[in-house]
Ligand binder design. Structure first.
Ligand code: DX5
Ligand code: ZN
Length: 224
């Protein structure tokens, strides 16, 4: 079953605890936490203290997306603060296996992310070692951008590779997910749809999580 990982980047940070509870009420089973450093991406968001506060405030697993230069230097701190899933970018890791190994060694689930311009061949060698492959469907750095349609092709290709190589990683997509495209994304084989504006940008946060979950699990109509 496809799941929604609500991205708190679009939440009201002054009411974060309340927004997280509303997402939880809607059936969210994890939370997406975007960490940006102003170097790897042209924006700064939040860091270790907020992950720590969130882990004290919710029992939902924290799905932390590191959009930072030299992510290896911060893995220990984020896992100690409560991150249970930690995704690093292929583009930020010249020795990708090291970061993935360290995340696993620390007891968290490792993920690898690829930007829209990065081919899947660049992560072919680590697919055995990760629990999550994150397909960026926008250029990372900001919420509220338009979904890049060619990302669907990457999801399908990952689903094919997973079958072919008998692997178990989850396929995650991030950026521009909404109630209009969730069905197509789910049908392509995506397991986790990250959604920021289309959850926390809505008045009814719980209702938005419910609708997106439903759409992501709705089979596409078959035409004769
Ligand atoms: C973008 C972040 C996303 C962002 C998605 O760089 O990685 O997780 O929060 O936001 P929406 O869903 O608004 O595109
Ligand atoms: Zn993200």
């Amino acid at each position: 079953m496809a799941e929604i990982s609500p991205s708190i980047l679009a939440a009201d940070f002054a009411n974060l605890g309340d927004h997280v509870r509303q997402a939880e009420d809607g059936g969210a089973r994890m939370l997406h936490v975007d960490i940006m450093d102003g170097h790897f991406v042209p924006n700064i968001s939040i860091g270790v203290p907020v992950v720590q506060s969130l882990s004290d405030a919710t029992s939902l697993p924290l799905d932390c997306h590191l959009m930072i230069t030299d992510p290896g230097a911060y893995i220990e701190a984020f896992v100690n603060a409560g991150a249970s899933m930690l995704t690093v970018h292929q583009e930020a890791c010249p020795h990708l296996g090291r970061e993935i190994g360290l995340i696993r060694q620390m007891g968290a689930s490792p993920g690898v992310a690829v930007n829209p311009g990065t081919p899947l061949t660049s992560i072919s060698e680590v697919l055995e070692d990760v629990d999550i492959v994150l397909v960026m469907s926008v250029h990372p750095g900001f919420g509220g951008q338009d979904f890049i349609p060619s990302s669907i092709r990457k999801v399908r290709e990952l689903a094919r590779l997973r079958r072919q190589r008998n692997l178990a990683f989850k396929i995650q997509i991030d950026g521009g997910v909404n109630a209009r495209n969730a069905q197509q994304i789910g049908a392509a084989g995506c397991d986790i749809l990250v959604a920021g504006s289309s959850v926390f940008g809505k008045d009814d946060i719980a209702g938005a999580v419910k609708t997106l979950t439903q759409m992501a699990n709705e089979p596409l109509p078959r035409y004769a």
